[in-house]
Design a protein around this ligand. Structure first.
Ligand SMILES: O=C(O)C1=C[C@@H](OP(=O)(O)O)[C@@H](O)[C@H](O)C1
Ligand SMILES: C=C(OP(=O)(O)O)C(=O)O
Length: 409
């Protein structure tokens, strides 16, 4: 593997029959714990914290007493901190991010926080970062919020809710997107002792002033694991062990187990806290249709696996992909075309329609999106390729290329 001028050349390779990788802690679980620790005076001892750059940026922001906080590309951190700074009484914060962050909408969250009494101003474009936030005591205890754009807005409100004097009832309106992330927030808060009742589409968070000191072990990151499921599906892996995972995961992306078994013939077996992936020999592959509304972060992995195996597929429920690190629907279409894979897209769907001649040594653009780099890497099992700006992986998985190297030959 060679890295020159931020272009990584991946020569065609095979995957080892047997390998083991320790995947770092979940970015999503870690980010929730960091916010809760800041709200509850560091009573949670966090085990297996994510090493993602996004988590480090959030940790640094929470330690800083500066007015200007730059959160770069970290979307979850941007949304969680908007709610967090809104209740830091008397503190003024300017919260900004990368050029892309300034295009990622935050209006729904800001509107809800303002309805609760928060003092938030847009410094450039209405509805988008950067924000000026003047922390206040928020005394209202009821809010209705549109749940169809990003679950991060709702998680942000849930996380601060037990610190509001009267708690908070959050009513979700419209179709709920990325539901498992929302439930992850609720379940983690309950585990830590916070009472949250659910009645239909309402979450009632009770006030909770002081937390007992306790330990929380973060499960490893299932979205990061997805790239190895893809390698296992494309290559002939006989035993790939990944740690440390649980059968009852809080992460919706653990649905990979079901998706990769039923569609791509990759079997997952648990051995204590380790999963072992095996490719089922002669598995009958078929074209497929799949709704990924609950698990947007594994969409790129799944499309690329399907493309590598020559499967036509229709992925639906992808509306949120357009407002992530890049417009992921467009990015996938552009880059798949270089591999001869033709797609048809709408605002919320992507369909692989045909396979044509593959360009030689295609160069994959990554659009500042870690998941573009990691999802296309397994195509090196089929042909030589190049990845532009491979360092983007640091956003969620800094050790990705070393791990990828360690299981391929
Ligand atoms: O709450 C979280 O940790 C996340 C929620 C999801 O975002 P949306 O709810 O915006 O889809 C997901 O894509 C993101 O990577 C992490
Ligand atoms: C969408 C993602 O992250 P965020 O929204 O936190 O930037 C991601 O990690 O794929």
């Amino acid at each position: 593997m060679q890295n020159t001028d931020s272009i990584l050349k991946l020569n065609k390779r095979t995957v080892k029959e047997k390998a083991r990788i320790n995947i770092a802690g979940s970015k999503s679980e870690s980010n929730r714990l960091l916010i809760l620790n800041a709200l509850y005076l560091h009573t949670i001892q966090i085990d297996n914290l994510s090493d993602a750059e996004d988590t480090q940026l959030l940790e640094k922001a929470l330690k800083s007493s500066e007015i200007l906080i730059h959160i770069h590309h970290a979307g979850t951190a941007m949304r969680f901190l908007t709610a967090y700074y809104s209740i830091q009484e008397g503190r003024e914060t300017i919260l900004t991010g990368s050029e892309r962050m300034k295009q990622r909408p935050i209006g729904i969250l800001v509107k809800s926080l303002r309805e609760l009494g928060a003092d938030i101003h847009y410094l450039e474009e209405e509805g988008f970062p950067p924000l000026k936030i003047i922390g206040k005591k928020l005394t209202k205890d009821r809010i209705a919020i549109a749940a169809n754009t990003s679950s991060q807005y709702i998680s942000a409100l849930l996380l601060i809710a037990p610190k509001l004097p009267n708690g908070l009832t959050i009513e979700l309106t419209g179709t709920i997107t990325s539901l498992p992330y929302l439930m992850m927030t609720v379940e983690m808060m309950r585990t830590l002792g916070i009472q949250i009742d659910q009645i239909g589409n309402q979450f009632i968070v009770h006030p909770f002033l002081k937390m007992q000191s306790q330990k929380f072990v973060v499960e490893s990151d299932w979205s990061s694991a997805s790239y190895f499921y893809s390698l296992a599906a494309i290559g002939e892996i006989h035993q790939l062990a990944l740690t440390a995972f649980k059968e009852n995961s809080l992460q919706g992306d653990s649905n990979l187990i079901e998706i990769y078994r039923t569609i791509f013939g990759v079997e997952t077996k648990f051995h204590e806290n380790e999963i072992q992936l095996t490719k089922i020999p002669d598995f009958p592959l078929q074209d497929f249709e799949l709704n990924l509304n609950a698990t947007p972060d594994i969409a790129q992995t799944i499309v690329v696996t399907a493309a590598a195996l020559g499967l036509k597929c229709k992925l639906t429920g992808l509306k949120t992909l357009k407002i992530k690190e890049t417009d992921r629907i467009q990015a996938l279409q552009n880059e798949l075309e270089k591999f001869g894979v033709q797609t048809k897209t709408t605002d919320s769907t992507l369909e692989i329609t045909s396979f044509e001649k593959i360009a030689e040594n295609p160069r994959v653009k990554t659009y500042h999106d870690h998941r573009m780099a990691m999802s296309f890497a397994p195509l090196a099992l089929l042909q030589d390729l190049e990845i532009e700006e491979p360092e983007v992986v640091e956003k969620s998985y800094p050790n990705f290329w070393a791990d990828f190297d360690s299981i391929t030959l």
